[in-house]
Design a protein around this ligand. Structure first.
Ligand SMILES: NC(=O)c1ccc[n+]([C@@H]2O[C@H](COP(=O)([O-])OP(=O)(O)OC[C@H]3O[C@@H](n4cnc5c(N)ncnc54)[C@H](OP(=O)(O)O)[C@@H]3O)[C@@H](O)[C@H]2O)c1
Length: 340
């Protein structure tokens, strides 16, 4: 399935929110986590995405310790009024051990982070600013209180939270409107459906679905992280993509292949259409943000917004997630699933 027109739009955080394409672009891999990148092709991918109506671009200060924000700056400057730029604070990579994460929600740290992100992105306001991870000793109300000050100061337009529980979202919403909740959601990762998704539906936030392609595994692009991916690739540290788990999980792609075969589409398009269709299933606004650094793939992914799966196809895909071997992170401590 290919695409020659702009994708449909939706509103971020409810009917009065800004208009964005129903699919965004994850930019993390352009600087971080998924092995060596071709900067020129990544830049061309940003431009192609925008031509197709993909208007929300997702980054974080953690992606390459600021490098990803700096990489995006020229693109943001060239298209400031056409795009929604989303970035995050609260998570840093431990320089001593790059598999370790440092979570920080201290008010002074947040105030420093926002100024650093503004400078690196080269903007005077961030369209959507997320808490990337919650530091468990800091009440979410306190963090959102600091984030609300950033809105009042004109540094940030809308607020988002990543990997929060339903309860944390409700508590946050009582302090300041939350436009977006960013959580992992895919055919392989459905833990948020129990508590997070109902709270998102209740508050009217948009569910921004990260890793909707199961970090690429759902496309069939790799079968085993340790065998197929670069030595520096983060997926080598994710239990479900390695060893016996990866082998068992590869077999779970059969129904995805079957739907792809009968519809004449790719596995990735089936995976993305499934996430997009959860909007109707759960009564929430959903914007998946597949990550790619290649023009051909951004075209393929955008085209998935035209694919509507039948009830029979959805039923065929339904049992996959509960059979996945291995958690989505080696350390699940800072995920919403660990606290729900
Ligand atoms: N909030 C959080 O904690 C969090 C965590 C993880 C990610 N994120 C955000 O979510 C975005 C997306 O998640 P993700 O990048 O982890 O996972 P993803 O979107 O599920 O998958 C990305 C991987 O799939 C490959 N890919 C993309 N389109 C493809 C296609 N059509 N066919 C075959 N392979 C394809 C990409 O490779 P190429 O780049 O080489 O095409 C990349 O390796 C990230 O960029 C980041 O902005 C947020």
């Amino acid at each position: 399935m290919s695409i020659d027109h702009r994708i449909p739009t939706t509103r971020l955080g409810g009917p009065t929110g800004p208009e964005v394409g129903v699919q965004g672009l994850g930019c993390m891999g352009m600087s971080f986590a998924y092995g060596p990148t071709d900067a020129a092709e990544a830049r061309a991918t940003l431009e192609r995405a925008l031509e197709l109506g993909v208007t929300m671009y997702d980054t974080a200060d953690a992606y390459g310790a600021g490098e990803n924000e700096k990489f995006l700056a020229p693109f943001v400057a060239a298209h400031r009024d056409e795009i929604t730029i989303a970035t995050k604070f609260g998570l840093a990579i431990d320089p001593e051990d790059t598999t370790k994460r440092i979570i920080n929600n201290d008010p002074a740290y947040i105030r420093r982070c926002v100024d650093d992100s503004l400078r690196r992105l080269g903007v005077d306001v961030i369209d959507l600013y997320y808490m990337h991870r919650r530091a468990l000793h800091v009440p979410v109300e306190e963090t959102v209180g600091v984030m609300a000050e950033l809105v009042a100061a004109g540094k940030v337009k809308q607020l988002g939270l990543s990997e929060v529980t339903g309860g944390e979202l409700r508590a946050a919403q009582a302090v300041h409107p939350i436009a977006a909740v960013q959580s992992e959601w895919s055919l392989f990762s459905r833990d948020i459906e129990a508590g997070v998704v109902p709270a998102v539906a209740e508050t009217g936030a948009t569910l921004v679905a990260y890793s909707p392609l199961g970090r690429g595994f759902l496309t069939g692009a790799f079968a085993s992280a340790e065998k197929d991916l670069d030595a520096t690739d983060f997926r080598r540290h994710q239990p479900r993509f390695n060893g016996a788990n990866a082998e068992a999980n590869g077999a779970l792609l059969e129904p995805v292949r079957e739907v792809a075969r009968t519809r004449g589409v790719t596995l990735g398009q089936v995976a993305l259409a499934w996430v997009q269709q959860q909007a109707q299933v759960h009564g929430v606004g959903v914007v998946p943000i597949p990550g790619t650094r290649r023009r051909t793939r951004v075209e393929e992914n955008a085209a998935a917004t035209q694919l509507v799966l039948s009830a029979g196809e959805l039923a065929l895909l339904e049992p996959i997630a509960e059979r996945v071997a291995g958690p989505r992170y080696a350390d699940m401590t800072f995920t919403s699933a660990a606290r729900e």
